[in-house]
Design a protein around this ligand. Sequence first.
Ligand code: ADP
Ligand code: MG
Length: 266
Amino acid sequence: MRIWSIANQKGGVGKTTSVVSLGGLLAERGARVLLIDLDPHGSLTSYFRYDPDSLETSLYDLFFNQRCKDIDYIKKVVKPTSRKGVDLLPATTALATLERQVSGQDGMGLVLAKTLAQLWDDYDYALLDTPPILGVLLVNALAACQRLVIPTQTEHLALKGLERMVHTLKMVMTSQNRQLPYTIVPTLFDRRTQASVITLKEMRELYPEHVWQEAIPIDTKFRDASHDGLFPNELDSLSRGVRAYRHLLAVLDQAEEVKHERRSAQ
Ligand code: ADP
Ligand code: MG
């Protein structure tokens, strides 16, 4: 299973949109995909018309009573989406209280990794939508995934958020004693504005090896898709935004293959 976290400590940069877009494109190729909502706001959960205030079970419940090792329980928490082959591990607003409840308890950073180990044969990909706060949920995501994707809005203020995210990543990686490859994805790019063009240039100068060569353009179809609860490629498979995400997916997959080949060669 390929497990990718989509994270940035800034809101409104396109995290949830990236998760839904990449998920829809993977389904288009017949992959089995699990989308995971780690954000207490539950935007991803709401996207698929589940209510984070009233769902009976969610990711939250897996943090208690060793349920993350109980495959039958996990399968009851997982919900279908509108598209065959794509499932959702939903969030409920109770996730907001998790930090307080589990702080200081051993093993709480590995709950998601253990959950995914149970589902290893059921999915080809897991995409993790993460909260903007550095806490137990983001730590779980970073511990469980093999790659981090950082959507970053192409406007000057977003660079600070990007810096903070990269710093957080390095800190968590040091404490977990491992390395995690990351890809910065410029989002909400508007080539007609100087601000977008200049910020993109700055981003590339600051993180030359990590910034994806293209950018996700502003495309109103994303908002329409979200309004209708559709995957963007179901609404318009050839829209500018969807085509950009298709390119991104190819690049991310290729990076995984290179990593795999290197490991096999060692
Ligand atoms: P986050 O999860 O980082 O908070 P979202 O994915 O929810 O960000 O995006 C915030 C808002 O911007 C949403 O209304 C979404 O539909 C819209 N949006 C995201 N990406 C794009 C884009 N490339 N073009 C236009 N609107 C976008
Ligand atoms: Mg979001």
